[in-house]
Design a binder for this molecule. Structure first.
Ligand code: KIV
Length: 257
């Protein structure tokens, strides 16, 4: 059965929410059996396109990948990141979010930021566009890429922003690289669920970039646990293929017409 946003909110304090990123149909169809939310993240900019930052990702790239992901999903909620410079004003955000929703048939969009985008989120919600917030480390604007919540002002801003986002009507908030006690406090203070990435076990759910989880990305990050080493498996498979081609073992009779 297709999951609904209301199901997600009901999970708060009852069951952890499971979420991963996907950028294509085949991956999405595997994740669909295990996830509550599949996010088409603008992390695809660095993961797939080797961009220096997610700021280079365009609306059309997000839409094309989301159309592919859509084909792999039957049950999970599908959320699409709004790329940088597509929600500078409430009017621009509504226009672009409507386009994303229409072309990808996703269940909602995700935007990075707090106080500055309060009115924008209110406009989206008013236009019946479900919105997921994103606080803590904001890759579209961050300069240092350090975890958040060390300084008092930073902590107070995140607490204030989480409350503002809830007031504006978001259905959930991603907390990225947020110090443990702050993530716990924010989660306890909200009625909507928080989804953590590098934000401790106290969030209502967890999200990771799929390529990190399966070890396709060779980088190691503190907040990632690699549940597979798919680079080794791919390497073995390709090595066997190349040996068999060179020894004229593949294709054999069974593979030929
Ligand atoms: O772009 C992305 O993949 C994300 C997740 C890391 C939360 O925003």
């Amino acid at each position: 059965m297709k999951k609904k946003i209301s199901d997600l909110i009901k999970k708060k304090n009852k069951q952890k929410i499971v979420s991963l990123t996907a950028y294509s149909k085949n991956v999405a169809s595997i994740l669909d059996n295990h996830c509550d939310i599949i996010l088409v993240g603008d992390s695809l900019g660095s993961v797939l396109y080797n961009y220096k930052s997610t700021r280079e990702v365009t609306l059309s790239t997000m839409i094309e990948h989301s159309k592919s992901v859509r084909m792999g999903i039957k049950k999970s909620l599908m959320i699409v990141d709004m790329p940088h410079n597509t929600y500078r004003t409430p009017k621009e955000a509504v226009k672009n979010a409507k386009q994303i929703m229409k072309k990808t048939k996703c269940d909602g969009v995700k935007l990075e930021g707090g106080k500055k985008i309060y009115e924008t989120i209110k406009s989206l919600v008013k236009n019946k566009i479900p919105v997921m917030g994103h606080l803590g480390l904001l890759p579209q604007s961050d300069k240092t890429f350090k975890f958040k919540g060390k300084k008092k002002l930073e902590r107070n801003n995140i607490i204030r922003d989480s409350q503002l986002l809830e007031k504006a009507g978001v259905f959930s908030i991603v907390l990225e690289c947020v110090e443990t006690s702050l993530a716990k406090l924010v989660t306890q203070n909200l009625k909507i669920p928080t989804i953590g990435i590098g934000a401790s076990k106290y969030c209502d759910g967890q999200i990771l970039v799929f390529d990190d989880l399966i070890g396709l990305n060779p980088m190691n990050y503190k907040f990632v646990k690699k549940y597979a080493n798919i680079r080794n498996d791919i390497s073995k498979a390709v090595s066997n293929y190349s040996k068999e081609v060179r020894k004229i073992k593949f294709p054999n009779k069974k593979n030929s017409f």
